[in-house]
Design a protein around this ligand. Structure first.
Ligand SMILES: Cc1cc2nc3c(=O)[nH]c(=O)nc-3n(C[C@H](O)[C@H](O)[C@H](O)COP(=O)(O)OP(=O)(O)OC[C@H]3O[C@@H](n4cnc5c(N)ncnc54)[C@H](O)[C@@H]3O)c2cc1C
Ligand code: SF4
Length: 329
């Protein structure tokens, strides 16, 4: 058993200062991922700074019509919030598709975004894994990789990002607010997580000791017509094989605007920029949806065990857009 210190800071700056002094310390949200990883000996923090009661746990309207989500807002309360359900249903649906009721009661908004990959080798300290132990190799490439990434992978790591919430936030152009040793930052959600490249041990662009304090959602009226489609092995309690977050604005059969992001296919939530560009200004029709999805997936480099994800992602994108627009199928 490894010993660690537990602290509760009285302020955000106090929490940041505590971690600045502890290079191997970590913030603790609901603990539903971090504590599991400590039990598996994958995470070995010597200090836990509890931030669950430190930042706001509320959803507030912003003057510009957007919404601010406190970093400590429990997943269950965010999913049930009337404003979120009405204006950003994709977010509510993404949360409700993940974990279980009990876990969602405990899990925080910030912790959800920073949960770590479920690659089985990452969670098993007896196997080589570049993400857990840089330079040891990737067991998944020649091993079991059915659940892992097909886009933006590197020879060092093919892990998939696990958060459903992050995929919906990427589609909605959310902005992550942080406070760290160098002050405050606003990071676009699409830039929070990294592709693995040669440094898969780094999941995000956050510095050590940088605390997420809130997430801002910009006003996006057409997100009232949005959805989250998640394909998984079981109907509940399972991570995505493929997921699609979609919002679309159609007038007179033409796509005026659209937001699309994919989950389960990359080391980060995958914003489908190429598909969005192809869809804007075109007909809201099945064939165009299929072309856009295929263009997005053209650079996919699947491994033998997860090649099925490419057609699955294409079909899920098309299905989400058909469902939202009611276009003939
Ligand atoms: C059986 C099971 C099934 C699950 N299924 C799904 C699923 O289908 N989809 C899904 O999306 N999730 C799923 N989850 C994951 C669950 O949603 C996450 O465990 C949870 O959201 C993490 O939130 P937390 O507050 O408990 O984070 P913690 O475990 O407390 O922390 C996670 C990470 O975030 C860091 N952190 C926490 N708060 C902050 C902050 N404010 N600023 C900076 N860093 C911070 C911690 O240091 C840690 O590195 C599942 C979990 C389990 C156990
Ligand atoms: S895919 Fe990434 S997380 Fe999984 S074994 Fe390879 S390096 Fe580790």
């Amino acid at each position: 058993m490894r010993t660690f210190r537990y602290e509760r800071a009285g302020s955000v700056s106090g929490a940041v200062a505590l971690l600045a002094e502890a290079p191997h310390g970590a913030f603790l949200g609901g603990g539903t991922n971090l504590v599991d990883l400590m039990k598996l000996d994958v995470a070995r923090p010597d200090l836990l700074v509890d931030v669950r009661r430190l930042t706001s746990d509320q959803v507030d309207e912003l003057p510009d019509g957007g919404v601010r989500i406190g970093a400590a807002t429990p997943n269950s309360e965010l999913a049930a919030d009337p404003l979120i359900r009405r204006r950003y249903p994709v977010l509510s649906q993404a949360l409700l598709s993940g974990a279980s009721g009990q876990l969602r009661n405990l899990a925080t908004t910030a912790g959800n975004l920073l949960q770590r990959t479920r690659c089985p080798y990452f969670q098993n300290v007896t196997t080589p894994c570049n993400k857990r132990e840089p330079g040891t190799g990737c067991s998944a490439i020649e091993g079991y990789h059915r659940d892992l990434a097909v886009l933006g992978t590197s020879p060092e790591c093919v892990a998939a990002h696990p958060s459903d919430l992050a995929v919906a936030l990427a589609a909605l152009d959310a902005v992550v607010r942080t406070e760290g040793p160098d002050g405050e930052r606003a990071i676009p959600m699409t830039e929070l997580h990294r592709l693995p490249g040669p440094q898969p041990q780094r999941d995000t662009v956050l510095q050590h000791g940088e605390l997420i304090t809130a997430i801002d959602l910009p006003p996006l009226p057409f997100a009232a017509r949005s959805c989250y489609r998640k394909i998984r092995d079981r109907a509940s309690y399972a991570f995505a094989l493929v997921a699609v977050a979609a919002a679309i604005d159609v007038a007179d059969g033409v796509v005026r605007d659209v937001r699309l992001a994919l989950g389960g296919v990359a080391h980060k939530p995958w914003r489908a920029v190429r598909a969005e560009e192809l869809l804007r200004g075109g007909p809201a029709a099945q064939e165009r949806f299929r072309q856009a999805a295929e263009a997005e997936l053209a650079d996919a480099r699947p491994l033998p065990g997860n090649a099925f994800k490419v057609p699955l992602a294409r079909n899920t994108m098309v299905r989400a857009l058909l469902d939202l627009t009611g276009a003939p199928r």
